[in-house]
Design a protein around this ligand. Structure first.
Ligand code: SME
Length: 151
């Protein structure tokens, strides 16, 4: 319940911030900052931006991460290829997982889709096992829809 309220407030806060701003990089940077600031359980959060057959690291908060991921590879690449959110409750059990931080235990990825095309992926890591569930997916999907409107 606490988490749901936090998500609702976060989405509201982000909406107010990005509504009148059309610089996508600036918006993604602030969105990463707000997510990281509002959720203690997020060790890394940020965006991969689609460029042709690759995803390129975009604005994020957390440790330095892999800069390019092929569509179809890893959690982010699979999310982009299949245009669907994926939750890895235990990243060590995800085939082909790309590890950027050895301390990451679980992860969620949400595609940002505009006119049926993937613009990018929102990626969130946690150092806790099983940190993400359907509630996270629900609110982060709302956030992705909001982002696709301003992209
Ligand atoms: N683990 C991701 C790579 C990105 S980092 O977690 C920031 C993946 O498997 O695609």
């Amino acid at each position: 319940m606490v988490k749901q309220r936090k998500y609702k407030e976060t989405v509201k806060q982000i909406k107010a911030l990005v509504e009148d701003e059309n610089e996508i990089i600036a918006n993604l940077a602030n969105i990463s900052a707000i997510l990281k600031q509002n959720f203690d359980s997020f060790s890394w959060c940020g965006f991969y931006i689609r460029k042709g057959k690759k995803l390129v690291l975009g604005p994020f908060q957390g440790k330095p991460a892999c800069m390019k991921i092929e569509i179809g590879k890893g959690l982010c690449g699979k999310c982009a290829a299949e245009k669907r959110s994926i939750i890895a409750p235990d990243v060590s059990k995800f085939p082909g997982y790309i590890s950027c931080d050895s301390k990451t235990r679980s992860e969620i990825v949400i595609p940002i889709i505009k006119k049926r095309k993937v613009k990018g992926v929102l990626d969130i890591d946690s150092r806790k096992l099983n940190a993400f569930n359907k509630d996270d997916e629900k609110y982060l999907t709302r956030l992705a829809a909001l982002i696709s409107k301003i992209w």
